[in-house]
Design a protein around this ligand. Structure first.
Ligand code: URA
Length: 334
């Protein structure tokens, strides 16, 4: 018995029924607490309460923690519900018995790694700014920023009047007037990556999240999901454990900046950007990237097998589609 838990949640776990069915059973007068019928599903349980369904004592099994990696496609909201009726990440993992929720957000048009879990503690540590969890993105840009422009991102820059922390930036490729840049940031401000590139004068055409801390997007195609392996869960927990021990400085306001005020996009002033060069690799004074995109993670976990029991350490997901294309292997949004 977990004191303070609501009756419907307890019943749902102990009787293995959905929350809605639990509500119906309770409202139907079939559930008693200490021998008295209780019809309010939201009743809070007290220590040592004995709950019975149709006279049978219930014992709740601890809820199994589940951790899911989903590949959010474009045009999907990263919430479980959407007032405007758009596709949500819930539709990607529909039919799961346990309730999971997405950890953090991605823009409607950003694709890539979304972690879903019912582990509130881990989710909190992965999203609270205090822990400074690093997220890695690959941006496809119109044009190719020269080294000096990337240096601005690496140093930290004002976005909406508040300095960004230094980002790790790695130039991946330049082709047909476009470039692909990996950027790792330990913040999660609204539209942050898009705004950072905007501010150096480069529009993000596509953005894809490829990693959260040590957890890399792998073994799933857009729209698919799988359970994390036990190793991935352990590594993620060890990583947030380390973040918990590292103190983190608060973001700095831009020197002399007042309250950030809204400036229409068309009127926004871009900081002076050095002359466009033909790409970072060719610039004469190319700084060595301080950080290179890490190699792809461990061997791909096996895909979803209908009927197989889910659970941490037991990789599972919908049928895997075709193997990674060369472009995706390089970690680039196409
Ligand atoms: N930065 C963005 O601009 N968009 C995202 O979805 C995530 C980070």
């Amino acid at each position: 018995m977990r004191a303070g838990e609501r009756l419907n949640r307890y019943l749902s776990l102990a009787a293995g029924v959905s929350r809605r069915t639990a509500d119906e059973l309770i409202r139907g007068g079939r559930v008693t607490i200490r021998g008295t019928a209780v019809t309010d599903p939201g009743t809070f349980l007290q220590p040592d309460d004995e709950v019975r369904l149709d006279g049978n004592t219930l014992v709740a099994v601890p809820e199994e923690k589940i951790y899911i990696m989903a590949y959010k496609p474009d045009n999907v909201v990263s919430t479980m519900k959407d007032k405007e009726g758009r596709d949500t990440v819930a539709s990607l993992v529909g039919g799961l018995a346990s309730r999971v929720f997405p950890v953090g957000r991605l823009d409607y048009h950003t694709t890539g790694l979304i972690l879903l879990t019912n582990d509130g503690e881990l989710a909190y540590k992965l999203t609270h700014p205090r822990f400074g969890v690093e997220k890695t993105y690959v941006a496809k840009l119109m044009g190719a920023p020269p080294p000096a422009a990337l240096k601005i991102l690496r140093k930290g820059m004002p976005i909406d009047g508040v300095m960004t922390n230094p980002a790790e930036v790695s130039f991946l490729e330049k082709r047909e007037g476009k470039s692909w840049i990996a950027i790792r940031i330990a913040e999660g401000r609204y539209h942050q990556v898009r705004k950072m590139f905007d501010a150096i004068g480069y529009r993000v055409m596509k953005l894809r999240r490829s990693a959260i801390g040590p957890l890399e997007l792998s073994g799933v195609e857009p729209g698919e999901w799988r359970y994390l392996t036990g190793k991935e869960v352990r590594e993620l927990k060890a990583y947030v454990g380390e973040k918990e021990r590292e103190p983190r400085a608060a973001p700095q306001r831009e020197p002399h900046a007042g309250k950030p005020k809204f400036v229409p996009r068309a009127k926004r002033q871009q900081p002076p950007v050095p002359q466009k060069s033909s790409g970072e690799q060719k610039g004469p004074r190319q700084p060595k990237p301080e950080w290179k995109k890490p190699p792809r993670g461990p061997a791909l976990p096996s895909p979803h097998r209908p009927g197989a029991r889910p659970g941490p350490g037991r990789p599972q997901g919908p049928p895997a589609r075709k193997a990674d294309s060369p472009a995706r292997k390089a970690g680039k949004p196409r």
